[in-house]
Ligand binder design. Structure first.
Ligand code: C5P
Length: 292
């Protein structure tokens, strides 16, 4: 029996993030188009006999205790399946930056849920895996499904959309950042909240119009995060002929959509001077890739 599995967990960006309301429990409801992009964490899961989950990660600032979302996801999986934890060793290699709004922790959680479904031979459908994921975090159901998806509710109501057409996506994360709860709190205190109709973005996806997608990028949380470098990065991206540029999630990473890979790469060269994380990537159709 295979007792080890390696899984790649993709980052996400939000092509549109429109905050539309607030639930009594404090969570915000959204209309958001999520897109998986080709930046991956890699996780190796090994069944042991210690009856404990042990997570190892060399990246500074990543918790390795029960607060890590991958560990929380394993706990949620064992609870749902009513199976006893035989013991798990998780090796996590991070490439997705933290405090970026790129869903790194959520994607690691999604990877854990997909991996346990294989290792424990539970054969749950994606719908069930998403229910387990929702308990762990609002973005986890999307990360389980991946691709191009309209997410509503707090992120748990998923409607797959036509795949984003091929293009180059430059991503830059400045030093400054705000946490997700802090960003939503600042959003609540905004006097004027911008809104955006998502139908134009959906129409552009339907006809693979990269320029239209770039022109319709929007994020309600950008004004709330209020990070100076976000504005500067956007201006630089637009000066290199990006079709559009926008902050992703609760920030602080910014992405720009380019027709030309050369323009995206030239732009990144300038952004590298003050951004600790920069990359040129592309849209991908899968969130979690399981190596059998
Ligand atoms: O679910 P997740 O752990 O990603 O959310 C972290 C925090 O971000 C929540 O506790 C909440 O304060 C805020 N949040 C929100 N509305 C969402 C997602 C997150 O208010 N849709």
């Amino acid at each position: 029996m295979a007792d080890t599995i390696t899984v790649k967990a993709a980052a996400k960006i939000n092509l549109i993030l429109d905050v539309v309301g607030k639930r009594p429990d404090g969570y915000h409801t959204l209309k958001s188009v999520f897109q998986s992009v080709g930046i991956y964490d890699e996780l190796t899961f090994k069944i042991t006999d210690t009856k404990k989950t042990v997570l190892r990660c060399d990246t500074e600032g990543i918790p390795t205790d029960g607060t890590n979302l991958a560990v929380k996801a394993c706990d949620a999986f064992f609870r749902y399946s009513k199976k006893e934890n035989p013991g798990l060793d998780i090796k996590l290699e991070k490439s997705i930056p933290s405090l970026a709004g790129m869903g790194g922790g959520s994607s690691d959680a999604a990877a854990a849920i997909k991996a346990l479904n294989v290792l424990l031979k539970t054969e749950y459908s994606d719908d069930i895996l998403c229910d387990i994921g929702e308990e762990v975090g609002a973005d986890v159901p999307f990360c389980i499904v991946g691709g191009t998806v309209l997410c509503e509710g707090i992120g748990e109501i998923l409607t797959p959309l036509p795949h984003m057409p091929e293009c180059s996506i430059a991503v830059a994360k400045p030093k400054a950042a705000v946490s997700t709860p802090e960003c939503f709190k600042k959003f609540d205190s905004l006097e004027f909240k911008e809104v955006k109709d998502i139908s134009d973005m959906i129409a552009c996806l339907a006809v693979s119009d990269v320029e239209g997608i770039g022109n319709n990028l929007f994020n309600s949380l950008e004004k709330a995060a209020d990070i100076k470098e976000v504005k500067r990065i956007k201006e630089i991206m637009l000066s290199y002929e990006a079709y559009g540029a926008c902050m992703t999630g609760s920030g602080s990473a910014v992405f720009g959509i380019f027709e030309s890979k050369r323009d995206a790469k030239d732009c990144i060269k300038e952004l590298e001077e003050f951004c600790p994380f920069t990359v040129v990537t592309k849209p991908v159709e899968k969130g979690i890739i399981v190596d059998d």
